[in-house]
Ligand binder design. Structure first.
Ligand code: AVI
Length: 358
């Protein structure tokens, strides 16, 4: 772990012990399988992070702007629900654009704020962290470069409550067991007064979901193919990007979009750094990402399996995206019998509680 103090900004890199934590390890493992796969965390080198930023602005890609609108509308309620004298952390912070809404709402309530953004792309993280310390003079930042699970023990401790953000529907990129495992690990690191705010994409008509991952401008296709471009750049791969096609169907059985790169022909690709070649037959997919879409009950079940309780929740008019404020299940919140969760309108038509927590 390295640390580089610079005024109000500190940058920490958390190494991973897993052999598939490096691109080389993950490619050797993933392309060596019968069902070829590459982990989606490798989308986010600098080029991939930029492409993802472009995805977030696409007309078809509704999650970012919907979540941002919910955050804007309910920022003061959200930060009030986190308590006073709060320290902020965030998994998958990216550009921290949406986080600014929360940062500003917190700085209205408290004199100074300590914020720890966590992201896999260290270069991108450092750049957005610099932007934030320059913008907010009452903000102290510890930027943590690393994988979510590796970063949990490095979340800064705080005398008061911590508000931990996991926004953007990033939870959707984890399988159910991974989601329960990750939320559970974060939960076990949380004090009873800490809160975890999770953003999750809700199930909706399939054509809306499918368009979000198959945009007309082809940005999502470029984002997907950047994985192969990255292997070419970093590992001396010989992938011809035109020989692979972006596929992103909605798979009903798993309530998820599956991102794939499908080989357009029989081909053999050499990757110099691995000293290996990989054969692809025409039509063979490389599975690159899962993007799960949740029902309200489905999300609540995952939180509950991770021993977290939903304390408050927010959604948009169309119930397209949800935000849930979770707390560690404590003796005070653990009840043997819990009523079924229901949708509940809280009065004003544009202000809804998504999950009634019994
Ligand atoms: C980062 N994550 C929540 C995005 C999603 O929608 O699952 C990644 C993405 N993949 C394709 N488009 C966006």
């Amino acid at each position: 772990m390295t640390s580089r103090p610079a005024g109000r900004l500190r940058v920490i890199r958390v190494p991973s012990a897993s052999p598939t934590s490096t691109l080389a390890g993950a490619v050797a493992d993933g392309l060596g399988r019968r069902d070829k796969r590459l982990p989606c965390r490798f989308f986010y080198d600098e080029a991939g992070s930029r492409l993802f930023e472009a995805i977030c602005k696409l007309p078809e890609y509704y999650p970012t702007r919907t979540e941002e609108a919910i955050l804007r509308q309910h920022a003061s309620d959200i930060v009030a629900a986190a308590g006073s004298g709060v320290a902020l952390s965030e998994f998958g912070s990216g550009s921290s654009r949406k986080t600014r809404i929360i940062i500003e709402a917190l700085l209205e309530r408290q004199e100074r704020l300590v914020y720890a953004p966590i992201d896999i792309s260290l270069e991108f993280l450092e750049k957005s962290a610099r932007g934030l310390v320059n913008r907010y003079r009452r903000l102290w930042l510890t930027a943590i470069g690393g994988e979510y699970n590796d970063a949990i023990p490095h979340l800064p401790k705080h005398a008061g409550p911590r508000l931990i953000l996991f926004l953007g529907g990033n939870i959707g990129n984890l399988d159910r067991d991974e989601a329960v495992g990750f939320l559970g690990r974060v939960g076990r690191d949380m004090a009873p007064s800490d809160r975890l705010l999770v953003g999750f994409d809700l199930l909706k008509p399939v054509d809306v979901i499918v368009s979000a991952y198959n945009d007309a401008a082809g940005v999502t296709a470029a984002f997907n193919k950047n994985l192969l471009a990255r292997i070419n750049r970093e590992l001396g791969g010989k992938f011809d990007l035109d020989s692979f096609e972006h596929h992103a169907p909605f798979v009903e059985e798993f309530s998820r979009v599956e991102m794939r790169l499908v080989s357009r022909r029989d081909q053999i690709v050499r990757i110099a750094a691995l000293g290996r070649t990989f054969a692809f037959s025409k039509g063979e997919p490389i599975h690159t990402e899962n993007c799960h879409k949740y029902s309200v009950d489905g999300f609540k079940a995952v939180a509950s399996a991770a021993e977290l309780d939903v304390r408050e929740s927010w959604t948009d008019e169309r119930r397209s995206f949800g935000l849930a404020m979770l707390a560690r299940r404590g003796r005070d919140t653990c009840r043997l019998k819990r009523p079924r969760p229901t949708f509940k309108a809280t009065g004003r038509t544009n202000r809804r509680t998504l999950i009634a927590d019994g």
